[in-house]
Design a protein around this ligand. Structure first.
Ligand code: ATP
Ligand code: MG
Length: 364
């Protein structure tokens, strides 16, 4: 039998989704969903993971579940093609995580560069919650429970997928071929691997407050773009400007296509011409920011409009999630059955075991 092609990916409900999520993963997911190449697509709201560093703020996590689901639908994820579910409602995932913990060492977890950065960002220092420290293991459970072959995510998730692959290989080596090794699918555009924040920081992140949200009203987007970080040495229009670390140009790399120039800035044929002018000198930041604002509004306007429609019927959103959870549980519990069998903890389904032991004791 040919291996099924299965997508799985998710987001933490720590805030609404932003344009970093969009270019890092969301845009790709919608394309993959509509490509018809994949047998199944699972997308989930990682509330249990969000609680690992928001344990004292359950209300924040709870309120953001629906926000993330609305962003999914607004971007074009379609519940008839994609199973959308909430992580905490699938208890099978917790059980898998518990077994996978036996296959990973503390020092291996300590080497995870993304977790290292996140621990620093959260000032956990020596008081790291065990749940947070082990979240890469829980991510392995999420991915493997659905036998995902493809995980479309941003660059920060690379260590997680590598950790998952290691767990799968170790599990299959010890217990026999049971789990599927996933592949990471990174954005093909370098600017989208890790979109920087509007403040120029390395990553746009809900937790850093440097985001343009998909649901921001048009005037808010304008305002955020106007105050964006550019090249601090580019003081006068006539000064030559630098592109490296210039967030406005990084965003243009991520979002702008040649056709946008015909519509919004016909003096230039494409982004390269604009970049050349900027580095030569004589092109002001305001003009570049105006172009970016036009491009962003063109992309965000339809998302905003669709979101407003979905916001009118919140019970329907919960219905979608509930149905998704039921479907997801079915799949996850099948994998868990296989895992229990492989690990020899399926006592009550194992007639051979009972028969063999009966015979052994009868001989005594
Ligand atoms: P938090 O700060 O709570 O961790 P986050 O903004 O990092 O939130 P996540 O929910 O952790 O968002 O990430 C969800 C997905 O979006 C992952 O696939 C991640 O790689 C991708 N992603 C998040 N931020 C960016 C970014 N700035 N650029 C590209 N991809 C991103
Ligand atoms: Mg994150």
């Amino acid at each position: 039998m040919l291996k099924e092609k299965i997508i799985l990916t998710g987001d933490r409900p720590t805030g609404r989704l932003h344009i970093g999520h969009y270019v890092g993963s969301l845009r790709r997911r919608v394309e993959l969903q509509n490509s018809g190449i994949y047998d199944k697509v699972f997308v989930f709201v990682a509330d249990a993971q969000a609680l690992t560093d928001n344990m004292d703020n359950p209300e924040k996590v709870r309120q953001n579940v629906v926000e993330v689901a609305l962003d999914y639908l607004a971007c074009g994820l379609d519940p008839s093609k994609t199973t959308m579910f909430i992580q905490s409602q699938i208890p099978e995932l917790t059980e898998l995580s518990f077994y996978y913990m036996d296959l990973v060492t503390v020092s291996r977890l300590q080497r995870n560069p993304t977790v290292k950065t996140e621990i620093q960002m959260r000032n956990f220092e020596t008081s790291i919650p065990v749940g947070f420290f082990t979240y890469p293991i829980s991510q392995a459970a999420d991915i493997t429970a659905f036998r995902a072959t493809t995980v479309p995510v941003g660059e920060d998730q690379e260590p997680m997928i590598e950790q998952t692959r290691e767990i799968v290989r170790r599990f299959n080596f010890i217990y026999g071929d049971t789990l599927v090794e996933p592949e990471i699918l990174l954005p093909d555009n370098a600017a989208c691997l890790r979109l920087p924040g509007t403040d120029g920081q390395a990553k746009m992140s809900k937790s850093l407050g440097n985001c343009i949200y998909l649901s921001d009203p048009a005037d808010e987007v304008e305002k955020k773009i106007r105050s964006m970080y550019t090249d601090p040495t580019h003081l006068r229009v006539s000064d030559p400007g630098k592109l490296e670390g210039n967030t406005v140009f990084t965003y243009l790399d991520a979002f702008c296509r040649d056709e946008h120039f015909q519509r919004y800035l016909p003096d230039y044929a494409n982004l390269q011409e604009l970049k050349d002018h900027y580095t030569r000198g004589g092109l002001g930041d305001v003009k570049v920011k105006r172009l970016l604002a036009s491009v962003m509004q063109e992309i965000l306007e339809p998302i905003r409009t669709r979101r407003k429609e979905f916001e009118k019927d919140i019970p329907a959103i919960y219905d979608i999630l509930k149905q998704g959870c039921e479907k997801a549980r079915e799949t996850a519990s099948k994998t868990l059955d296989d895992v229990r069998k492989a690990m020899k903890i399926n006592y009550f389904d194992d007639e051979a075991l009972i028969a063999e032991q009966s015979a052994r004791f009868a001989e005594k």
